[in-house]
Design a binder for this molecule. Structure first.
Ligand code: ATP
Length: 293
């Protein structure tokens, strides 16, 4: 059985408070995009995990796939084994939620592979233990997430927006970026117009959504990694309606109305930036292929 685990972008990301345990409270509008990792599930006597592809990710307990697999096995007391093979394509440390998408695919995939019959709310609760973005990756499409990212309000997906994604530099860790953000205080000009963005997203008004976009973490990220600002500028010069950092960075995305516009921008930008992809927004995050569909 094979599952495609799709990445996400943050149309908006606002930091609205801090919990007593130090976690930041967010208000963010997220959407799945078609960039994906592939997870293959094969029968095996034990719990096994293998990574393939050029990208370097941990192949032990530190991988969110392993965490999700071990958690599910422990909680359900399942006695079967499985071999999970992860092929990475999603940029690592890009703020595109690749690890979370893989964890979500592991939970949903093993629920089918082992015929556990867990309902979505049970999977989401387990996902929240693995990572704050995992519940979103189980639900996918377009959602507003609040709390530490676990409270989800699903919105209808309209026609896709075409994107060019650039990862201009190595990312900062999520912890580092929130530390910098806390030192910085809020920069009002970078905060999204959240309610306006949600209304625009509901209506499928892409231009209005682009006017309301914003990522409160972006100024702190740019101070440490000026390449992020350069990539944003390059995307807007190549015709993007708007460009912005996703999540805690370092990847940025430019928004285009047509596939043609995105393709032309990609052709000009990829020789310069190297780590550059075209993709489009999607209405779901996990795509199942194979015998148990
Ligand atoms: P987010 O948007 O959720 O903050 P991200 O896109 O910035 O995440 P990821 O690529 O998901 O970052 O992962 C960041 C770190 O997590 C990596 O440096 C890697 O060591 C570790 N990691 C654990 N499991 C995975 C995985 N399956 N894929 C990628 N990274 C993983």
């Amino acid at each position: 059985m094979r599952v495609r685990a799709r990445a996400k972008i943050n149309w908006t990301l606002d930091v609205v408070g801090k919990r007593s345990d130090g976690y930041h409270l967010l208000d963010t509008l997220m959407q799945s995009v078609e960039l994906y990792d592939t997870l293959t599930f094969e029968p095996c006597g034990e719990l096994e995990f293998i990574t393939t592809g050029a990208a370097r990710v941990p192949s032990d307990e530190n991988n969110l796939v392993c965490k999700a697999m071990n958690l599910l096995a422990a909680r359900t007391g399942v006695t079967h084994g499985v071999r999970v093979i992860l092929r990475k394509r999603i940029p690592i440390g890009g703020g595109m939620g690749g690890g979370s998408a893989d964890a979500a695919a592991t939970l949903a995939g093993l629920n089918r592979f082992w015929r556990l019959g867990l309902r979505e709310d049970a999977l989401r609760a387990l996902g929240a233990e693995v990572g704050a973005d995992v519940p979103f990756c189980l639900v996918g499409g377009l959602s507003r997430a609040t709390g530490i990212g676990e409270k989800l309000e699903k919105l209808p997906s309209h026609r896709p927006a075409y994107l060019v994604v650039i990862q201009p530099c190595r990312g900062l860790s999520t912890r580092e970026i929130f530390q910098l953000f806390s030192q910085d205080g809020l920069r009002p000009n970078q905060r999204p117009m959240q309610e306006d963005a949600v209304a625009a997203a509901r209506e499928g008004d892409l231009r209005r959504l682009c006017r309301s976009m914003g990522n409160a973490l972006q100024p702190a990220a740019i101070r440490q990694r000026p390449e992020i600002a350069q990539a944003i500028q390059a995307l807007e010069m190549m015709g993007a309606i708007r460009a912005q950092m996703t999540g805690s960075g370092s990847a940025v995305f430019g928004v285009f109305e047509t596939a043609y516009g995105a393709q032309r921008a990609w052709e000009s930008l990829s020789p310069i930036w190297g780590r550059c992809w075209t993709t489009r927004t999607a209405s779901r995050s996990l795509v199942f292929r194979g015998w148990m569909n």
